[in-house]
Design a protein around this ligand. Sequence first.
Ligand code: B12
Length: 330
Amino acid sequence: MTHLSANGDYLTIGELSRATGISTHSLRMWERRHGAPKAHRLPSGHRRYAQNEVPRLRAIAKALESGYRASKVVSGTLEEVQEMLGLQIKPSSGGPHHDEEHGIVPTWIEATADYNEERLHQGLFEAWGKFGPLFCVTRLIVPFIQQVGKGWEDGELDISQEHFASECLSAFLSEKWRRLNKFKTGLVNVFTTMPDEPHQLGLLLCATITALTDVRIIFLGRNTPYENIVKAVAECNAEMLGISMSNCVDPQKAEDFLFHLSADLPEKTRIITGGNGVPRNIPRIRHSSRLDEYYDWLVRDLAITLGHTKRTRRKAWGLSSFFGASIQTG
Ligand code: B12
């Protein structure tokens, strides 16, 4: 939470550092080297920063975690930095990268067929930096996973190549979302699957998209026993529980699992599901089959913007009204 100093709307360097996760040393150094963030000086010489530096610097912190250099981002506006991160792109509506994106997924499939980890990882890394996380996940990584599945069905890739691609992707996505998850102060979302779910990539994709917002992720991964999921949600005081279900899960067990969760979890915990195996029309369970729509929902309907603290969000929007909105999209 951002604490206001005695000087009204201005923050001390320590307050700005705590609100953004950027060290006071970096804030001073960037001002010296790049002229930003600009500080007002008190007669005593102490620095004071405008409140609107908080969302901009949080976006910068994310950009640095994503591999951008400080010199590229510290003097950018909030909109410019968000665009670099790919957070301004509407993936479902074409987007500016259409020509450039063409041909990338086939090169990743070739790297998979050759078991060429370096090439696959480098390709993922470059696409992440070039197109931004949202675009990279929804427009490149999801189609890549689907093509790996199709390649396996068609006999063009074998199970070892499918495993190889899944392992490379899991490592890449885990590293990305964990970096982005640092210094979070927002709502808590616990992520898991049904106890006997063998697939985890859907969950990792969803965690990566969630990591682009203020929501803090507690990742249990797959195979967590039911009682421990419920316990973790309570102990983390989670506002959301994200569940991924592939079509490998038994439909009857999936339904039982969700009915039990909806009975056992506290009223305030929202249960969000995705994946082809999710049974529909279960009370209290929300389903989203598209990650770009899920992201829009998080940002727009939950008002989880980079600039809002948990307290201001609750005050301005009223939590219950966010969650009233349905995201039944599948
Ligand atoms: C990758 C993969 C694997 C990897 C899993 C690696 C991992 N760590 O996850 C490996 C190779 C290990 C694997 C194993 C198996 N697999 Co597999 N696998 C796949 C594959 C190619 C992709 C699945 C995936 O990760 N999808 C993730 C995303 C891209 O898709 P999605 O689940 O639809 O989710 C989307 C959204 O819903 C959203 N989303 C997902 N979760 C969430 C959660 C929330 C909260 C939100 C908001 C959104 C969201 O994000 C996605 C993006 O659009 C599919 C083929 C396919 N086309 O799906 C087969 C597939 C799911 N596997 C299948 C099978 C059968 C198996 C095995 C049982 C095979 C076997 N006989 O051994 C084993 C299981 C082994 C075991 N331990 O029991 C079948 C299931 C068939 C069925 N029952 O209908 C499929 C469909 C392949 C096929 N065509 O037969 N698999």
